[in-house]
Write a protein that binds this ligand. Sequence first.
Ligand code: PBG
Length: 331
Amino acid sequence: MTSAFPHLRLRRTRATGWSRALHREVEITPADLIWPLFVTEGTGVESPVSSLPGVSRWSVDRIVEQAKLAVAAGIPALALFPNTQAERLSEDGREALNPDNLMCRAIRAVKDACGDDIGLLTDVALDPYTSHGQDGLVDEEGYVVNDPTIEVLVGQSLNQANAGADIIAPSDMMDGRVAAIRSALEDAGHQNVQIMSYAAKYASAFYGPFREAVGSGGLLKGNKKTYQMDPGNAEEALREVELDLAEGADSVMVKPGLPYLDIALRVKQAFGVPVFAYQVSGEYAMIEAAVAAGAGDRDRMVLETLTAFKRAGCSGVLTYHALHAARLLGA
Ligand code: PBG
């Protein structure tokens, strides 16, 4: 006699907490998180970013405090971004090459205080330093010129590596910059400085709060569509990743995060390399707005979105919720 009901019941393993824990396929841990932090001038300064409730720019001394909190919470790496003083911005972004710029001072301070207890990822692109807010050098028409920009990006990368950066993360989307940066790092003796390329970085509407945080938003004329990718493209993302890997990238990033989980998964499946996702500022702001509107529970939404990145094959996630999430998860 056959049962009127199925013998296979997928609900069976979901019936208890211990069983759900036992059958869980992926889990987010503090070790999967990279915490982006904004640095500003001064001492003892915390300057809140209005479009990112709960996120502040910190002066170098206070960044060191944040780094120690991250270490204590089990976060393995920080991503640093400078809010450069307006008078130091220029058409050619030359402040990026200053060995005593805000970034380099922050890198040295964190490395002096924390050493290898935490890794430092540094963004390579000129937008925190240019008076026009573009990521590279512009010609008379405002077009971002590829090869001359790469020369500056190489200098910026060496400047960061010399200050102690562990992972150079080019976010500029120029063609050929990974190879140029890798060669320069090798020649300068920085063999163990990694490159995590923002390989598939889209021209996204979700970067607004970040641009407010670094101060480039109000300056930006036009958009970044001639170098950042079109949101409709996936095959092209695979080509971008293939090129950056061939040029020497150690790991690749997909950015933004949640709207591009399909890209992260396809990159992982196609190349089997370490893939990271950047849950960007606009995504953080969306969750915070939902919480403020009473539309959901912050802790659960944060952990669910972070788990989704792991499920899509990511090795880790850059997220402004990193400290909060790491504390929820327990070190
Ligand atoms: C700089 C850069 C941006 C972000 C990271 N690096 C902004 C941009 O490309 O305009 C965005 C990060 C975020 O929104 O959280 N090139």
